[in-house]
Structures are given as structure tokens and as C-alpha cells.
Design a protein around this ligand. Structure first.
Ligand code: KG4
Ligand code: ZN
Length: 342
């Protein structure tokens, strides 16, 4: 079984070839540079760039896997959620190929694919479902912060999500306040290293709440007021480092505490995490520390599968095939508001 998967929900054009649980190739063309000057993703530019890149990205994914279109048994593409005009490029390309080659098409929920990405491990990357166990899964990116209870494969419920900004958005907005380029998360992390994370006590929103929801806009506002009242902090290298370290510590503490608390409450033995913010080293090490402390297994997405990628889309589609879940009809449309369920 050979699958070709496409992901174009936001600003990464990605195509993967997946065979028997192995991601043979996972080519990603990032648009970060294109959107940098606007300080965020511009949907119209994103869709044009997907259109421009998709052909060569798909060509490279197939060439490196040593396969041609005639070798593909099924197609998969992100159906939603995401930017409508961006989703449309990848989904319609997959639809057209499936139609012409008379193969099945699997429309994939982007968030559900993120639930699968932590199980893709090793070299070559392989879906390690033999290690799967019921878990609490944190999906944490620039657009979403979701805590899900994965009770079994294809059986998950959303416990909570952000009521305002996503965690990655909070990183990006704080980075912007101090003049760092978009997306600010990685740059803020670099500045934070060597800073004193206890220098400033920024709020930890909803940390004590019984709810599994998140909120990050108040934290960002608190950093904004701090900078307004202490403008000199932007002029000093150590001041900037302390500010970044303190803000990062606040975001990470909320994410880790609420994730581990949900795992303990629901008595699952495992925590997983994926999404761009999972690249953050403090988040990774704090999750490791706290999971170890509470006897929880931790399964973090590998660096290459944290951010948006078609590999996770292909792996999920292959699982659906193996579980006899019917293909999506060719007449189906994208759904920018597709949710992970309640
Ligand atoms: O999953 P992703 O590539 O795209 C979507 O948002 O869907 O996530 C991008 C987000 C951005 O907000 C970016 O700043 C954040 O992930 N991010 C990080 C780090 N690397 C990426 N945030 C904190 N620390 C990082 N090292
Ligand atoms: Zn994503």
C-alpha cells in the first residue's frame, strides 16, 4: 500500500509518500520568509505560494521515494481545519489525482493528524503503533492549543482548548512586542536561554481553574504593560533575556501543569505532544520532568513532525485504510472549520 499525502492548511506546502507505516519521504516547503514582513500568515499569499510550490514539492517527494503517480494506491489531503484558500490548493490537487488515476481519496482532519504525529519515530520515520496507549494529547501551535483525551485509536474527545490566543500566538505576539521577526517563538526561545525565568512574575492564566481550557491573551497583555512601564528593558541584553525567560516560563508552566493534571485525573499512563510549539526545548524538558515525576510515559513528536507536515496526514490515512474506514467521496469539499470533536 503506497500513499501520497498533501498538507496545505496554513503556510507549509508538504507532500509525503507513505508505505506500510513508513514515511518514505516528507518534503516541506516553508513560507516563513514570505510572510515575515507582514508579521503573520497572509492567506492570499499563502494559497498562491502553495500553488506555485505544490508541483515541485510533490515531484521531489515522489522522486526521492523512487515512485511515480502510477505506483500510488491512495491519496490523502488535509480537508480542514485551516485557511480556506490554502486548504483548497492541496485538497483539490489530491482530488484531481485520485479522479484521474481512479484511486481512493482520504480527506484528513489536520488536528487528528497531529494526534498521530508523536507516534512517528526513528530513521526512517515509522508509525510505532505497537507502543500506542490511551493518552492525553497536547496540540500546541500558532493557531491552536488543544488538550485531547485519546481513549483509543480513532476514539478521542477534546477536553479543552484556548478561549483566546493560542500558545504559539502568545510567543509570536510577545516576540513582536520586543521587535523580533515573525514567527517569534524560536527567536524568543533563543533570547530566553541564559535569562532568569524568575525575574518577572507574569500571570499563569487558568492555571488553577478546574477547566482544561487555556487562555493566553492576558499573559501577553501583562508583558505589554510591563514593557510600557519599563521601556529600558528593551535596551538591555540581560533585561531582554530575563523578560523572554520569564514569559516563556509562564507559558510552559501552564501547558505542562494542565496537561499532566488531566493525565492524572483521567488516569491515563501516557502524555503526547505535537505542533510547532513542541519544538520549544523548555516545554520538552518540563514535560519530561513532570511526566517522569508522575510515572507517565511521554511521547513527543520528533522535531521534523512537530510542525505541519504531510507525513502525519499519510500515516493517519493509512491507519484509516487498515481500520476499514471508508474513503472520502471525490465530491467532498474542504471544511475550514472541521473540529476534532467535543
Ligand atoms: O505547527 P506550526 O508550524 O504552525 C501552525 O501554527 O499551525 O506552529 C507554528 C508556531 C508559531 O507560533 C511559532 O512561533 C511556534 O509554533 N514555535 C515555537 C518554537 N518553534 C515554533 N514556539 C516556541 N518555541 C519554539 N522553539
Ligand atoms: Zn498544525
Amino acid at each position: 500500500m503506497m500513499l501520497l499525502a498533501i498538507e496545505t492548511s496554513c503556510d507549509e506546502t508538504s507532500v509525503a509518500v507513505v508505505q506500510n507505516g513508513v514515511v518514505l519521504t516528507n518534503v516541506v516547503a516553508s513560507q516563513i520568509k514570505l510572510h515575515e514582513e507582514y508579521g503573520g500568515v497572509v492567506p492570499e499569499l499563502a494559497s498562491r505560494e502553495h500553488l506555485r510550490n505544490l508541483h515541485s514539492v510533490a515531484g521531489e517527494a515522489m522522486a526521492r521515494a523512487g515512485v511515480g503517480p502510477e505506483d500510488i494506491d491512495a491519496f490523502a489531503a488535509t480537508q480542514g481545519p485551516g485557511l480556506p484558500s490554502a486548504l483548497m490548493i492541496g485538497f483539490q490537487a489530491a482530488q484531481a489525482m485520485a479522479f484521474v488515476l481512479r484511486k481512493p481519496l482520504y480527506g484528513i482532519n489536520h488536528h487528528e493528524a497531529h494526534l498521530y504525529s508523536p507516534w512517528i519515530k526513528g530513521t526512517p520515520p515509522r508509525a510505532c503503533f505497537e507502543e500506542f496507549e490511551p493518552s492525553i494529547s497536547l496540540i500546541v501551535s500558532g493557531g491552536h492549543t488543544i488538550l485531547a483525551h485519546v481513549r483509543a485509536e480513532q476514539d478521542h474527545i477534546v477536553l479543552g482548548s484556548t478561549v483566546d490566543d493560542a500558545a504559539g500566538e502568545c510567543f509570536d505576539k510577545i516576540a513582536k512586542l520586543i521587535g523580533l521577526p515573525y514567527p517569534g517563538g524560536p527567536a524568543l526561545e533563543r533570547l530566553a536561554s541564559g535569562g532568569n525565568s524568575s525575574a518577572h512574575s507574569f500571570p499563569r492564566p487558568l492555571l488553577q481553574s478546574a477547566s482544561d481550557d487555556f487562555s493566553f491573551s492576558g499573559l501577553k497583555t501583562s508583558v505589554r504593560y510591563f514593557i510600557r512601564d519599563n521601556p529600558a528593558v528593551l535596551e538591555s541584553a540581560s533585561g531582554l533575556r530575563d523578560l523572554c525567560a520569564s514569559a516563556q516560563a509562564a507559558i510552559v508552566e501552564v501547558l505542562v501543569t494542565k496537561t499532566v493534571r488531566a493525565a492524572r485525573r483521567l488516569q491515563v499512563g501516557c502524555v503526547t505532544a505535537s505542533g510547532g510549539v513542541t519544538c520549544n526545548r523548555l516545554l520538552r524538558s518540563e514535560l519530561e520532568l513532570h511526566c517522569q515525576k508522575h510515572g507517565l510515559k511521554l511521547c513527543l513528536a520528533d522535531q521534523g513532525f512537530c510542525t505541519d507536515n504531510a507525513g502525519m496526514v499519510g500515516i493517519l490515512a493509512e491507519r484509516k485504510i487498515l481500520l476499514n474506514i471508508p474513503a472520502t467521496g471525490l465530491g467532498v469539499e474542504i471544511n475550514p472549520y472541521l473540529s476534532l470533536g467535543v
